[in-house]
Write a protein that binds this ligand. Sequence first.
Ligand SMILES: CC(=O)[C@@H](O)[C@H](O)COP(=O)(O)O
Length: 255
Amino acid sequence: MLTIGQHSFKSRLLLGTGKFSDLQIQTQAVEASGTEVLTFAVRRLNLDQPDEPNFLEHLDLTQYTLLPNTAGARTAEEAVRIARLARASGLCDMIKVEVIGDDQLILPDPLETVKACEILLAEGFTVLPYISDDYMLAKRLQQIGVHAVMPGASPIGSGRGILNPAMLEWIIADARVPVIVDAGIRSPKDAAYAMELGADAVLLNSAVSGADDPVKMALAMKLAVESGRLGKEAGMIPLRNYAVASSPSEGMITT
Ligand SMILES: CC(=O)[C@@H](O)[C@H](O)COP(=O)(O)O
């Protein structure tokens, strides 16, 4: 089970809900992914216009835990305001803290992220910060009490996959909370790789919503996450510099 604060999930794939070409496809992809956690930017909900159509209305929301995120925030104060709005609207107590500091790479601002997390933890939120793949930042955030860390594999929507596997491994090795590899995943192999490195879960969006066949890709990602996890649990053979014959050599005639 993946446990984040008080919440537990069987699925280790978290899915973003942005950029689907059509809501029917989104619904089918969400179902195919087997996810139990859907993330979305609070700003996409018309909280003050509840009668207006919204992107979650085709989904059976009793089946999913909603993970609101603070996308759009550029400062800790903005992120905190968005998180409070999400909680006041009856959304989950979990909040994915996303404070972006750069427009081109859409990378999170570490200082503002820490500041926002401190305030939200003091207010009783279950806090999941989106961060760059930064070992020390992951460590400091755990020291202040976050409930998971979400290091990026590579910039959001870039599809560049896992840029720094060693850094992710170090973050994972010393983590006391779940590590969810978030953003930049392109193919099922990236998702499987993240799990093989020991990640507790993967969060992705563009790889599915932008695929030619989002429903098929959602299923592929589900299987990849499961397969990577199984492979990690099964234990892999050591890497060697030279070949080791796979057939037993006993009984061979030698001259
Ligand atoms: C941090 C963030 O917003 C990500 O959750 C993003 O939505 C997913 O990134 P990809 O679209 O690259 O999978």
